[in-house]
Design a protein around this ligand. Sequence first.
Ligand code: UDP
Length: 330
Amino acid sequence: MAILVLGGAGYIGSHTVHALIEAGREVVVADNLVTGHRAAVHPKAKLYVGDLSDRAFLDDLLRNETIDGVIHFAAYSLVGESVGNPLKYYRNNLCGTEVLLEALVDHGVQNIVFSSTAATYGEPERIPILESDRTEPTNPYGETKLSMEKMFHWTDRAHGLRYVALRYFNACGALPDGSIGEAHDPETHLIPIVLQVALGRRERLDVFGGDYPTADGTCVRDYIHVCDLADAHIKALEYLERGGESDVFNLGNGVGFSNLEVVEAARAVTHHPIPSSIKDRRPGDPAILVASSEKAGRILGWKPQHTDLKEIIATAYRWHQSHPEGYGDR
Ligand code: UDP
């Protein structure tokens, strides 16, 4: 009996595969390797290269393997790109998931954990954000994830495929041994970009917006370590295996750091001045996103272990220092 991890060659997927294997699970990875990396896949996991919108590929995999649970990470996830190219996001995130769900229902799979996002909330009505708060995405990425949640809800109602949707806040950090980490091309996320400056791969950091209604005028985000996210997926899977009802959970640290505070923490970790300047706002960015993860603590028994921003950045720095070209496959 294996766990199927869709998108297991990507950033959060590869860390979750690692954690599953450490926990003694058998793992099958499916990834089209468009944004994922073959080298990120744990050697003990079996890799199928293909696309989840390819029904024949899924049928073949589900016939060959005995799958008793699925974790679904396979999606595009860049806010800015989604604003410029919304249909790419609808096609991949929504249409791909529809094909996946048909295949899972037909093959009798009963449990699925999948990546949702803080972007489902849009401009939050209060901080910290609760799962029951208003969801009104301000970009197509968040919109497709919210639609995915709804598709899972109705599929469960009709076919009994139970799910957990995990709304991540800002994923960051890397496996502490530095062997796997974040490798996007192009990179758009704050912490990797800051560290690229520290490593001399970029000259400076542009901070998007200095006139937000926050203490220092820059956006505030809730940074959650990728290993804590991986742990949450395992706990969510175990919850479904115990017969838990379908549900939605926030995953964050519950503490917000401004973009300038992140840069300051990175300066302390790297001992590099990290030159930066304030630029225009980036479209689609809410001012403050901070999670309440009380529900995940209460129901899943999840508690983040990496709560110190400098320690989180230090794990990312170790990865970027030892892998300046990422996985070297692009
Ligand atoms: N950000 C920035 N400069 C960059 C990249 C990101 O100022 O080069 C800001 C971005 O506008 C947001 C925060 O950093 O306020 C976190 O952005 P990121 O893309 O890392 O994650 P998101 O919050 O979009 O998921």
